[in-house]
Design a protein around this ligand. Structure first.
Ligand SMILES: [Zn+2]
Length: 202
């Protein structure tokens, strides 16, 4: 069998490091890049270079932006008393759309035994230092309401307890527009736990 050119091996190795790309897919991608017009492949290479030069990780909140500190961290009109802790920088836009006007902290992942990701692989230590330094009124953990998200939130809450007296978690329960007959038992149980007065007390 003819040996692969070492540069193809190298490309496959790098592609194989992308999330969700196994050796077979890496091989398919590498040969695809050799088959398409040279220009098209070069555009992909250039796009990677450009995005890495243009987009920065904010050294304060770890979200992605063209500047560091990011436009949210450096915006004097934001409520600096609340830090919303997220797993993924893509979630920032969702909370912006929902009208949130406080600050963020992006963990860059979640604790996962299956994937071998521990609390030290996230930006947890930086969060604790930041909370110590900035003393926000509230740190809200917006981890996903699944097993790994709950586990991550629990670990972070433990680490924040000595430096922040008001660590909260996003409310859980019935999604707006849902039909009760179609909700799972766990969602209904959460909704019962999280019920609140219809008329807020004066
Ligand atoms: Zn920032």
């Amino acid at each position: 069998m003819v040996q692969r050119h070492p540069t193809i091996e190298r490309l496959m190795e790098l592609l194989g490091r992308l999330p969700g790309v196994g050796p077979k897919t890496a091989e398919r991608f590498a040969y695809h890049l050799l088959r398409i017009p040279r220009d098209e492949a070069m555009q992909l290479a250039a796009a990677i270079t450009t995005v890495r030069d243009a987009v920065r990780v904010c050294s304060s909140c770890f979200q992605l932006d063209a500047q560091d500190p990011c436009s949210i961290c450096s915006d004097p009109t934001r409520d600096r008393g609340t830090i919303l802790v997220l797993e993924d920088p893509r979630e920032v836009a969702r909370f912006e759309d929902a009208g949130y006007r406080g600050l963020y902290h992006v963990l860059q992942g979640r604790v996962s035994q299956v994937e071998g990701i521990g609390p030290d692989d996230l930006t947890t230590a930086a969060l604790v230092l930041r909370v110590q330094r900035e003393s926000p009124r509230e740190v809200c953990l917006a981890n996903n309401p699944d097993l790994e998200g709950e586990g991550t939130a629990h670990l972070i809450a433990e680490q924040l307890r000595p430096v922040c007296g008001n660590v909260t978690r996003l409310a859980r329960g019935m999604p707006a527009g849902a039909s009760i007959s179609q909700l799972s038992r766990s969602i209904l149980a959460d909704a019962l736990d999280g019920r609140r007065p219809l008329v807020p007390p004066a």
